[in-house]
Write a protein that binds this ligand. Structure first.
Ligand code: VAH
Length: 313
């Protein structure tokens, strides 16, 4: 059985639905600190579970005979700057609980998401290498860099089969993201349809690596399916799909909504975004397990607007 921790989150919701589509509803147990949207809750078994509680997690693992865990629970970059202690506790203790279960052979495989947030201001911003200088300046980035080191350690020392991806900013319509710095790229679509205008909290020329959710879900499933022998990276794989700035995204939206207007009012998240790279070198993922993005800016924009219009009915 597969267990998803943080199943109500932006990635967790779609990952749960995708995995249930492949393995069947009963093979995928969703869990989170609170209940999720109706589509998720109606699609298979659900458990209220605080992933920082090791005993509670082990009870769920034993009860459902879990052998794979996807740990999607975390506090993202912007919120983590406001609550550093809670962010560190949530982001790290959940990972330690899952790694320990694997070390004790109570589960056999782990997916754990890292992020482009592991890179800092001294990291090369263009074609950021798989292995490079990483001096993250955010609580979230520090927790992801440390988490990567622990994943590599547990793999090397205890043979734990833990796999990870450095997700860029993710764009999706099904579930509202929470507390990210890249979330302007989600909010903008809702605002464009509702008000025809959006005030961006990142400046016009802030170019960041981004990815449409379907590509991120497919990358996750492809990585977990790959032959363990093919994986040369056990910290976390670089991934690149598209790179754009708020201004470039606004131009793409105007091709569908001609009178859409954008304004810029950078806030504390600008400093976070300025510490992150613009374009990532993902050649190792392409070489090891055949990674290939399918959504570019134009296709993402068209899909987001079409799906949100359909959702609005
Ligand atoms: C965030 N969406 O903004 C997340 C992600 C790279 C961005 O880690 O914090």
């Amino acid at each position: 059985t597969i267990l998803i921790l943080g199943a109500c989150g932006q990635i967790g919701t779609e990952l749960t639905l995708a995995l249930r589509g492949i393995h069947g509803p009963e093979a995928v147990v969703a869990s989170d600190i609170r209940e999720g949207d109706s589509e998720l809750m109606g699609s298979g078994p659900f458990e209220i579970l605080d992933a920082t509680d090791a005993d509670a997690m082990e009870e769920v693992v034993v009860h459902y005979e879990v052998d794979e865990i996807y740990l999607m629970a975390a506090m993202l970059s912007a919120t983590a700057e406001k609550f550093p202690d809670r962010a560190w506790n949530l982001n790290m203790n959940t990972l330690f609980n899952v790694l320990k279960l694997a070390r004790e052979n109570k589960i056999s495989k782990i997916f754990w998401p890292s992020s482009i947030a592991v890179f800092g201001g001294t990291t090369p911003k263009e074609d950021t290498p798989q292995s490079t200088v990483m001096e993250p300046s955010t609580v979230y980035g520090i927790s992801k860099q440390s988490g990567e080191r622990w994943c590599a350690y547990y793999h090397r020392k205890f043979g734990v089969d833990v796999r990870s991806l450095r997700y860029p900013g993710l764009i999706s319509w099904k579930t509202q993201p929470g507390g990210g710095t890249t979330d302007y790229a989600v909010e903008i679509f809702h605002e464009a349809l509702k008000n025809g205008t959006y005030t961006s909290f990142l400046d016009r020329d802030t170019r960041l690596p981004m990815m449409y959710m379907d590509d991120a879900i497919r990358a996750t499933i492809e990585l977990m399916r790959a032959d363990a022998e093919a994986l040369s990276i056990r910290s976390s794989y670089n991934l690149q799909a598209m790179t754009f700035s708020p201004e470039e995204l606004a131009e793409a939206i105007r091709r569908e909504i001609p009178d859409f207007r954008i304004e810029y009012a950078p806030d504390f998240r600008q400093e976070i975004a300025d510490s992150w790279p613009s374009r990532i070198d993902d050649s190792q993922a392409r070489e090891d397990w055949g990674w290939q993005p399918e959504y570019d800016l134009q296709k993402t924009t068209a899909t987001m607007l079409a799906e949100l219009r359909a959702q609005a009915g």
